[in-house]
Write a protein that binds this ligand. Structure first.
Ligand code: GMT
Length: 368
């Protein structure tokens, strides 16, 4: 097939998944056209069958807010005409689904097909904003198919938007050959006994990074530990200040944005996530695939991802998070069982082959 994929290029799960979908489809011999306003961070150069098309947005002085959605609609139409794209798969509804609808309306014969995948904040945070709700609902209803990355998000879409349309669940996936355990000894087999904890995100307020640090501060009072913070974003300074206030700044390392998480995640003993909402939690799946158990707040679709392989704790309760983490960090046998279960769940439920197969079935239905 000739498939167009639209996504945000920035750090964040929707862009990562869209780019990985593009890679996986190209590897299967499909012709893939990836559209975004910048090169997505996970896009690997020189991938056969995969072409990147930048969406240029003009910065005319009159525009305080350059109309990216119009530029995208035009680019989609051009790519369809130039490359004969049969179907567009847009990731994150706002404004991509609206641009797709506009592209279809401008298209001769009006036969441009598009699938919209909902990722989370496009429904739970931004989507429910009055300014965006009506056009987003409209564009979802106009999509040839709508998917959500978890059952939680599919239900939430019906609840918040009341869309007259089926929302199919197609979960996120992970390349289990790339994200895999590295065979290094765990803390109980290492001489120093220091536990490595990790958190990866875009450090936005919704991630509650300071709660991760608070939980860690309690953990490191009980066992020797170090916290690696991967990523970057608006809450970095606040979280590091909390670490200083709690006297554990020397044990918290901010490693910044990392292109190859697969090299760092396997070194960890535990992944911590304290999000206020999380429709899926892709970085937790990547950790699980590396054999790293996760302790997370019990929010959104996280339970669908973790199953019984990790621990869920109440939102905004770092003490409870520390307690749950310590249960795994003082018992080497329990930790080993949970690590193996996490890896097995990632491989069996969320492998690339399985999930890309679901998307290909959907594309075939839409195109026919
Ligand atoms: O909000 C973010 O962290 C970014 C956002 C995105 O769309 O880039 O992430 C959402 O999509 C990811 C991929 O499907 C999910 O793994 C995240 O759980 C989801 N974030 C939230 O729901 C907060």
């Amino acid at each position: 097939m000739r498939i167009g994929i639209v996504c945000y290029p920035t750090i964040g799960g929707s862009g990562v998944i869209a780019t990985e979908v593009a890679h996986a489809l190209a590897a299967k011999g499909h012709e893939v056209h990836l559209l975004s306003y910048d090169r997505p961070s996970r896009l690997r150069r020189g991938t056969p069958g995969l072409r990147f098309h930048q969406v240029a947005v003009s910065a005319y002085p009159l525009f305080r807010y350059p109309p990216y959605d119009l530029a995208l609609a035009t680019r989609m139409l051009e790519v369809r005409e130039e490359a004969g794209v049969e179907l567009f798969h847009v990731h994150y509804a706002i404004p991509h689904a609206v641009s797709a609808f506009l592209a279809r309306s401008m298209c001769e014969g009006g036969c441009l097909k598009f699938v919209t995948t909902l990722h989370g904040t496009d429904i739970t945070v931004v989507g429910s904003d009055r300014a965006y709700l009506r056009p987003t609902r409209f564009a979802l209803e106009q999509s040839d198919a709508v998917t959500a990355v978890s059952k939680y998000l599919a239900d939430e879409t019906q609840l918040v938007f009341g869309v007259r349309k089926d929302v199919e669940v197609i979960p996120n996936f992970v390349d289990t050959d790339r994200f895999k355990p590295n065979g290094q000894p765990r803390w109980h087999q290492r001489g120093d006994g220091e536990r490595i904890l990790v958190h990866a995100s875009n450090f936005r307020p919704v991630k509650r990074l300071a709660d991760v640090v608070r939980a860690f501060a309690a953990i490191q009072q009980q066992v020797p530990a170090r916290l690696l913070l991967l990523g970057d974003g608006p809450d970095r300074e606040h979280a590091l200040a909390v670490a200083s206030d709690l006297g554990c700044q020397d044990r918290v390392e901010h490693l910044g944005m990392q292109e190859h998480l697969e090299d760092i995640l396997p070194q960890a003993d535990l992944f911590l996530s304290a999000s206020e909402t999380e429709s899926f939690g892709l970085s937790m799946l990547e950790a699980m695939s590396c054999g790293v158990p996760c302790v997370s707040t019990a929010v959104g679709g996280v339970e669908e991802v973790l199953g019984d392989t990790g621990r869920l704790t109440p939102f905004a309760d770092p003490e409870a998070m520390a307690k749950a983490a310590l249960a795994l960090l003082v018992d080497g046998d329990l930790h080993a069982r949970q690590a193996a279960a996490a890896r097995q769940r990632a491989v069996e439920q969320f492998g690339t082959e399985r999930i890309i197969g679901m998307y290909l079935d959907l594309y075939a239905r839409v195109v026919s």
